[in-house]
Design a protein around this ligand. Structure first.
Ligand SMILES: Cc1cc2nc3c(=O)[nH]c(=O)nc-3n(C[C@H](O)[C@H](O)[C@H](O)COP(=O)(O)O)c2cc1C
Length: 234
């Protein structure tokens, strides 16, 4: 899977099979997370990997009863290490940079999971005090994201994305940044039409999947760590 497939096709998943996840794959996710950028390379994060049923259930309750959190075989709680965050950058480090650092780590972890055939969901709606109590976190750790991880039969539809053209200015605010790509429809088409880059990329991916059809190598149900290593080195 290339990086763009990974970015475009990752989906938040809210139902999980009970199949266990190899710890080594969780290790790949965590190792990837530590490659996220962080302010001055602070690496002001800590991860709690939860596998015990009772603790997962308590986390689901603390996450405003989002039951799917407990359904996943593994739940990773991403925490800010406030001490590490404030050491060099004081208040701004603790209240601002640390949020961005841990968000980057969470995102990279989720992309790595997707590349491994695992499903995740970023859960941000939870009672921080309750989560801290459940996980027996020391004062310096602030939980910021709960990420259930597992396998799923669900293929969620992609929620609509606002075209970036509507969300971007060029040079100064409000000046439109329109990037249209000229596409000739089919071999015989003579007329060029203009498509937004995003739509064009989606079309390419759709076409690639259609063309591959049955020729696509049948994915094993689970990507094993050994198979992951083989792909990594081939
Ligand atoms: C900071 C943050 C908090 C979120 N909290 C929740 C949550 O509590 N529960 C949930 O089901 N999804 C949560 N999500 C997932 C979003 O709903 C989801 O990313 C969004 O709908 C887009 O869908 P996609 O991830 O499939 O692209 C959260 C996402 C982020 C970034």
């Amino acid at each position: 899977m290339n990086i763009f497939e990974c970015i475009f096709n990752r989906r938040s998943t809210r139902s999980f099979k009970s199949d266990s996840v190899d710890d080594k794959l969780i290790g790949v996710m965590l190792y990837s997370a530590t490659h996220a950028p962080s302010t001055g390379n602070t690496q002001d994060w800590h991860f709690v990997v939860v596998k015990e049923e009772e603790i997962k259930k308590s986390l689901a309750e603390a996450a405003l009863q989002q039951g799917f959190v407990a359904e996943a075989p593994v739940v990773i709680v991403v925490c800010i290490d406030k001490e590490a965050a404030s050491m060099r950058y004081g208040k701004r480090g603790e209240t601002f940079y640390s949020i961005q650092d841990t968000a980057s780590a969470t995102m990279i972890m989720m992309l790595a999971a997707h590349a491994l055939g695992l499903k995740t969901c970023w859960v941000g709606a939870f009672d921080e005090d309750k989560v801290g109590h459940i996980l027996e976190l020391p004062n310096q750790l602030r939980p910021v994201a709960i990420v259930p991880v597992g396998y799923s039969g669900e293929t969620p539809k992609k929620p609509r994305r606002i075209p970036f053209e509507q969300l971007t200015s060029v040079n100064t605010y409000g000046k439109k940044y329109d990037i249209a790509y000229a596409v000739r429809p089919g071999d015989k088409g003579k007329e060029y039409k203009f498509k937004q880059i995003g739509n064009y990329l989606e079309d390419i991916f759709k076409k690639k999947l259609e063309e591959a059809g049955d020729k696509r190598p049948k994915e094993k149900k689970k990507l094993t760590f050994t198979e992951f290593l083989r792909r990594l080195s081939s």
